[in-house]
Design a protein around this ligand. Structure first.
Ligand SMILES: Nc1ncnc2c1ncn2[C@@H]1O[C@H](COP(=O)(O)OP(=O)(O)OP(=O)(O)O)[C@@H](O)[C@H]1O
Ligand code: SF4
Ligand SMILES: [Mg+2]
Length: 409
């Protein structure tokens, strides 16, 4: 305990971060319409022939003291989003505000004070540590880069940080290769904490580690948050890593946020079909969900290319509920229930937003073949199109009537 307090105090003493400005629950980071398009260039003249729409207009905020989990399949723009909000990348459009200050296009000098407040932990603890430097040098680097002399000197401070993350301070002079993957990730965490940051963005912090070690590192992050009052954005490709530590979870698909909700709401009543599919891919040990319909939902095909994303709702090529409106009109991210925003015309667990659109796209019918009947029946309860399809397939008229009945709810 005293170690962590000392870290906080010494970083403050040298004038680094005097106050934790945003009170718990207040907005620390705000993102509006954020975009990153990577240009694709061809030929001798390197003419731009297109762009990868890696992040394509996202809005969210991070509240002081919370953990925001960000999940989505590979290539959906999670890392790009992380690099945009830590301003390791220059946004193509939109706005990033930190503690109310517009930091969207700050240059190197303008960003310098902010570099203390916002830190990033990377996925790969093997490549993110320089093999030629001792861990003392690695963890002490932020002090040198920022020209900060901690009270008691850098070495003492680094040793204190080592013990904070559960490593032996005596190992100050060892090299990264002398540590295991989990220990290396602890070194990365110690380096990120050196300057007493307010926001830590962790990009898949445990996915390179053995499953047995993952929980230890996640628990360490959790403990540090409590003791140091940190705010986290934790990126993961599935829900198993973030489900226990997140207060809220953002689900990304092809450069967009499709659902953003309080953790419990997302688990209890996911609204976006993609969220439901992601959740069905995670084994659920929770006994309370034993009887819940958690049949695995297989998604048709791969994620489409972010170079020319599908029109309307980007998920319409793989969604078993897609109708014409999904192909033509992009659904806005709306707070349909307090604490739960979703971008979908025919959400799960909520009233159909386009009940007049009752004909499934042919892609949706193909996608439905991979979805368990129980899931389809659930979907039919909130989608007129799925209900009509289910009704068509059932032979008995009474069943058909029942299916269309459920859409009225
Ligand atoms: N520097 C770059 N230049 C061009 N395209 C890029 C660049 N960085 C990322 N991309 C592309 O942007 C898209 C989003 O990539 P990103 O790494 O953000 O996804 P991700 O969700 O983090 O995926 P993963 O789970 O595999 O880490 C991908 O199609 C990727 O190929
Ligand atoms: S129902 Fe339509 S809007 Fe909703 S996820 Fe499926 S395709 Fe997108
Ligand atoms: Mg990534």
């Amino acid at each position: 305990m005293s170690d962590e307090k000392a870290v906080t105090k010494s970083a403050q003493a040298d004038g680094a971060t005097l106050t934790k400005d945003a009170a718990p629950g207040e907005t620390l980071l705000k993102v509006t319409g954020l975009k990153k398009h990577f240009p694709i260039k061809k030929g001798l003249l390197q003419r731009q022939v297109g762009a990868v729409h890696a992040v394509d207009g996202i809005d969210f905020e991070v509240r002081a003291g919370e953990t925001l989990g960000v999940v989505g399949e590979s290539g959906c723009g999670k890392s790009t989003m992380g690099r945009l909000i830590t301003r390791l990348l220059e946004p193509t459009g939109g706005k990033v505000e930190f503690e109310g200050k517009d930091i969207t296009h700050l240059g190197v000098a303008g960003m310098r004070p902010l570099r203390r407040d916002v830190q990033m932990i990377f996925q790969d603890p093997y490549s993110s540590l320089n093999p030629r430097h001792t861990i003392g040098t690695i963890i002490g680097a932020p002090f040198r880069l920022q020209g900060v002399e901690p009270e008691g000197g850098i070495k003492t401070e680094v040793q204190r940080l080592l013990s904070v993350v559960g490593l032996n301070p005596e190992h100050y002079n060892r090299y990264p290769h002398e540590f295991s993957g989990g220990q290396r990730q602890r070194i990365g965490i110690a380096r990120a904490l050196a300057l007493n940051p307010k926001l830590v963005v962790a990009d898949e912090p445990v996915s390179a580690l053995d499953v047995s070690i993952q929980a230890q590192v996640v628990n360490l992050l959790d403990d540090l948050q409590e003791e140091l009052g940190l705010t986290y954005v934790i990126i993961a490709h599935d829900l198993s890593v973030v489900r226990h530590v997140s207060d809220r979870i953002a689900v990304m698909y092809l450069g967009k946020i499709v659902e953003l909700a309080d953790r419990d709401l997302l688990y209890r009543t996911p609204m976006h079909p993609y969220t439901k599919a992601l959740m069905s891919a995670v084994p659920i040990p929770d006994p309370r969900r034993k009887n819940a319909k958690s049949e695995r939902i297989l998604l048709k095909g791969d994620v489409p290319s972010p170079i020319s994303p599908p029109s309307g709702c980007r998920f319409h090529t793989r969604c078993w509920k897609a109708t014409e409106i999904c192909r033509t009109t992009e659904p806005p991210l709306l707070e349909l229930r307090p604490g739960q925003q979703v971008a979908c015309h025919h959400p799960e667990n909520f009233a159909d937003q386009a009940p007049q659109d009752t004909v499934l796209l042919s892609a949706a019918k193909e996608a439905a073949e991979l979805v368990a009947d129980e899931v389809l029946a659930e979907s039919a309860a909130t989608s007129a199109a799925v209900a009509a399809e289910v009704a068509k397939e059932t032979t008995g008229t009474s069943e058909a009537a029942e299916a269309s009945d459920t859409t009225e709810k």
